[in-house]
Every structure is written in C-alpha cells, then in structure tokens.
Design a protein around this ligand. Structure first.
Ligand code: ADP
Ligand code: MG
Length: 325
C-alpha cells in the first residue's frame, strides 16, 4: 500500500500505535502540538520539532534567507504557544547543498533565527545533494495546570481564533501565480513568509481556566479543528460568515477572483491560535484579551455533541485542509 492511500495523518496514527507502549506513564507523546514531559516542581517540558524542505515548504529564490531563518523557527515556536507554554531553547539541524548556498546566505538565515531571542543550544550540519533541509526542535516550559491540549474541548464551547485567517494562503497564491509586484501582493507574500507566532497570546491563554482546548493553525481550520474534534470526541459548527478576513485579503480576493473564505479555511500556515472556551465566560475572555493585546479574539463557531465532523453555516461549500500526502 502506498503512503498516499492512508495520508499524512493515517501514517502518523500508524507510527503512534507502534511506539505507544514505550511511552512512560505520565508522559505525553504523539498527538498534540508538543510532547509533554513532567519536570517536577508542577511544571513540564514541552518538546516540538518541525521539518522544512526546499520546494515543499519554501522556494529558495522567493523567500529571503533572513525570512527563512525566522519562519523555520516561528512555526516551531507556534507549537509551544499552542500548548500555553514559553519557549526556552532550540536545536537546529540543517542540510545544505554546499555548491549553491553562499556563506552570506547562512549569515542572513541566522540573523532571522536570532530575531526571537530564544537560544540555540546545538544541532547538526550536513551536505544535501539537492535542496535545503531544515529541522528545528524547540523546548518550552509550562506550569502543568496551564497546559492546553487538543482533547479538552467540551460540548457548548465557543471556538475562536487569535488573528485573521487566509492571509498566508493568499500570499502563496501571489507566489504561485505571479502577479504584478505592487504593495498589496508584497504585503500578502510577507504574511506567508514572515508569520508571527502568537507567543504572548499562547502563554496568556494558557493561564486562563476558561480556555479548554488549544492548537495552532498550520494546515487550515478545516483540518486543524478536526484534530481537536477527534481528540475531544465532539462535532462542531463553523459560521463561515464570521471568519476573520483581513481587509488586504478581501481586496486581493476581489481583484484576483479568489474565494477568500476557502483560502481562510483550507490554506493553512496562518499560525494563529485556535481554541475552545467556556460559552458563559467567553464575553469576559474576549474583553480581557482585547484589553491585554489590543486585538480581537474572534469567535467562529461552537462545539456540539456528535461525531467529529464540521458543519459549515453560511456556505454551501465543503472544505478540506492541507495534507502532505
Ligand atoms: P504540528 O502541525 O502541530 O507540528 P503535526 O500535524 O505535524 O503537528 O503532527 C501531529 C502529531 O504527530 C505531533 O504530535 C507530532 O509530534 C507527531 N508526529 C508527526 N510526524 C511524526 C513522526 N514521523 N514520528 C513521530 N511523531 C510524529
Ligand atoms: Mg501545531
């Protein structure tokens, strides 16, 4: 059987079943944004790793080395934020085609990497026959009672996101179907190349008991919300009309004939946080979030008892997020 017959998440499920009996009691392995390893003193170590492959995750001639250094780390930091934690250390392994990559490219890459101020404590360096390959591991820490998991959503919870959806996918559209390089296309491409991990928001939401489940949006809400629903054995309704779309995305969608709602649900790589929160206390949470960050916490739907599926309100469409295979 070929891997594409079971898909990315089918393969991960198979790996998880093979190794689960080796996981010590009280440790949490495959299945969430980070592994959780108790470190005593009511805290745990959070561990996450991500792989970026040239021509799969980025095009070398379109993203600057500085942006790539920052983005490679940002996507990992986002997973620590998603668990309610704070990143404390990183490790970087990099495979480079030595005949086509300049030393100055590496300097700029590390300039971007350094920009988050999280220490790099080690890694590995090797040649690569063709493309650049980047693997980063991030260690984080969190108080045990602040850790947010995908399996903690409850029926009746409000589903919310911490920022606009679809900008990154719009930027990718600009890269794949070259459009005139004006200020709007450049700004949208920057949203794709320079995502901001919601670190402060993640740690703040982690400390709120009214927030139940949380993860980050890497593959698109259509796919990522299903992970929360499967882990929590719930169904959900998402109101497509309430998806937060930036004025820039709406303007570009109008100009280029894109379906902005589809990009928002299926595009991925927005790296905002997706969470479920107590319905009765949501208005207060939203107010406090606004006061703390000067930005809106956007409600997009609700959790309901039922099979892990998403009912889309306000749209006829069906939506599927990103799957590597
Ligand atoms: P994220 O997008 O948050 O980084 P993924 O969708 O990549 O998460 O992975 C889902 C879960 O599967 C995570 O817990 C991750 O650690 C685990 N996982 C993915 N690939 C592998 C693998 N090859 N071996 C072990 N665990 C894996
Ligand atoms: Mg994640």
């Amino acid at each position: 059987m070929k891997i594409n017959e079971i898909g990315e998440f089918g393969l991960i499920g198979r790996i998880a079943r093979e190794v689960e009996q080796l996981v010590p009691t009280g440790w949490e392995g495959i299945g969430d944004d980070c592994a959780v390893i108790p470190s005593g003193d009511d805290h745990s170590l959070l561990v996450t790793t991500d792989l970026l492959v040239e021509n799969v995750h980025f095009l070398r001639d379109r993203i600057t080395a500085r942006e790539l250094g920052a983005k490679s780390l940002a996507v990992n930091l986002s997973d620590v934020a998603a668990m309610g934690g704070r990143p404390i250390a990183t490790f970087l392994s990099i495979g480079l085609p030595s005949d086509t990559v300049e030393v100055e490219w590496c300097d700029a890459f590390f300039d971007g990497y350094r920009s988050f101020g999280v220490p790099l404590l080690g890694g590995d360096t090797t040649s690569s026959p063709e493309g650049i390959v980047i693997n980063i591991t991030v260690l984080g820490t969190a108080e045990n009672r602040h850790i947010k998991r995908r399996n903690a959503a409850r029926a009746g919870d409000i589903i919310a996101v911490t920022g606009p959806l679809g900008d990154s996918a719009g930027g990718l559209q600009c890269l794949l179907h070259p459009l005139p390089a004006d200020a709007d296309t450049e700004a949208l491409i920057r949203r794709h190349h320079a995502p901001r991990p919601h670190l402060a928001e993640g740690e703040w939401l982690g400390a709120r008991p009214d927030v139940h489940a949380m993860m980050d949006v890497s593959d698109g809400v259509a796919s990522d919300l299903l992970h929360i629903l499967r882990a929590s054995s719930l169904a959900a309704a998402v109101d497509v009309r309430r998806l937060p779309l930036s004025p820039l995305l709406l303007k570009m969608a109008d100009r280029c004939g894109w379906d902005a709602h589809r990009l928002a649900l299926t595009g991925g790589e927005d790296y905002v946080l997706l969470l479920t929160a107590d319905r009765e206390r949501f208005a207060r949470l939203q107010q406090d979030f606004q006061a703390q960050f000067g930005r809106t916490l956007h409600p997009i739907g609700e959790c309901m008892p039922g099979q892990p599926t998403i009912q889309y309100r306000g749209s006829e469409g069906t939506f599927t997020g990103f799957n590597h295979f």
